[in-house]
Design a protein around this ligand. Structure first.
Ligand SMILES: Cc1ncc(COP(=O)(O)O)c(C=O)c1O
Length: 349
């Protein structure tokens, strides 16, 4: 069995991380039981820990972040409801229109460069009551906002949105795929960001380095309903403690080190900032994502990606001219320099 990744420097996503030997060791030794019956001690320990971290009553372990979002929306919404979110959100463009399929609801996107909107924009997106329009039901914020360049929702703005949502009678959902990146970048606790939300989840399989999993938290009543959807989706598992153990390990060992990914992202941005034909999409790098535009390079994103592959480097093609680079625990500082040099070489080819 080959342990070598297909790309030695894989910057396509923070999901490219592979479980470390220490994580695998913990997984191999995990205590397990039947998760579907609530009998897996490692899963129970993980869900209790995450619920406490997020200031919520309860949590469930799910196979993916997408399932966390889709189950939360299905619990919050009735057919014909409307979900309000930044237009660039993952739930809008990257979950197979799941909100319409499972929650029978539509999403109203608020246009925003960095995925962060104001209370005024939220209020403007809410429908007047009546029989013709959809019923505004839930507001979703993505912390950090992926396509906004890993932008952090400031705590103050989060609290303003929470207050406005309560006044507007909206439920609150947080897509916390990279919540821990926001916490490390701002030194604000996960509880401070997450406690006022009706549902909130964090992803274990991104910067935290686990092979699988997300944990969705909320009130005991919300989680009971979410559990029904988990069964319905076929997401209830058996000896899932093997993967939950990786989550427990990650929460202990892989949070503080996210700061290194943020440093590497800033370093890479500085190294490519002046390259001819490259324009950083967002000047400020809050966390671990760097987006850049290649319109002026005379090459398409796909051509650049193909060129980089020759150097063993993979980065994301977002569109014809937009590329994304993501830093994570399998990328060290010397790889940052190698990737920037490879990009420089490809641009002049
Ligand atoms: C902001 C955001 N939300 C949700 C997801 C979905 O997570 P998963 O790939 O675990 O389904 C992603 C994945 O990239 C994401 O970036």
């Amino acid at each position: 069995m080959s342990m070598r990744p297909p790309f030695p420097i894989d910057l396509v996503s923070d999901t490219a991380t592979r479980p470390s030997p220490a994580m695998r060791e913990v997984m191999a030794r995990a205590e397990v039981g039947d998760e579907q019956r609530g009998e897996d001690p490692s899963v129970n320990a993980l869900t209790e820990k995450v619920a406490a971290m997020l200031g919520q009553e309860a949590a469930i372990f799910l196979p993916s972040g997408t399932m966390c979002n889709q189950i939360a929306l299905a619990v919050h919404c009735l057919p014909g409801d409307e979900i309000i979110a930044a237009g660039n959100s993952h739930i809008v463009s990257s979950e197979g229109a799941g909100a319409s399929v499972f929650a029978h609801s539509v999403i109203r996107g608020i246009g925003s460069e960095r995925g962060i909107f104001s209370t005024q924009e939220l209020a403007a997106a809410v429908r007047s009551p009546g029989v013709k329009a959809p019923r505004s039901k839930v507001v979703c914020i993505e912390q950090t906002n992926n396509r906004g360049g890993g932008a952090v929702w400031p705590l103050e703005t989060v609290h303003e949105i929470v207050g406005a949502a309560r006044d507007l009678n909206l439920a609150l959902h947080m897509d916390g795929a990279r919540l821990m990146n926001a916490c490390v970048a701002t030194q604000v606790s996960a509880e401070s960001y997450a406690k006022p939300f009706d549902s909130v989840w964090l992803d274990l399989s991104k910067g935290l380095g686990c092979p699988i999993g997300g944990v969705l938290a909320g009130s005991a009543e919300f989680i009971q309903q979410a559990n029904r959807w988990k069964h319905r989706f076929g997401g209830a598992m058996r000896q899932a403690g093997i993967v939950a153990a990786a989550g427990l390990y990650a929460l202990e060992h892989n949070i503080d080190r996210l700061a290194e990914d943020h440093c590497n992202a800033r370093l890479f941005a500085e190294q490519i900032r002046e390259l001819p034909g490259i324009c950083l999409r967002f000047d400020r790098i809050d966390t671990n994502l760097v987006f850049f535009d290649v319109s002026d390079s005379g090459k398409t994103s796909a051509e650049i990606a193909r060129g980089l592959a020759e150097y063993g480097v993979r980065i994301g093609v977002e569109s014809q001219s937009l590329m994304r680079v993501v830093f994570h625990l399998d990328i060290n500082t010397s790889m940052v320099g190698t990737a920037a040099e490879a990009l420089k070489a490809v641009l002049v080819q």
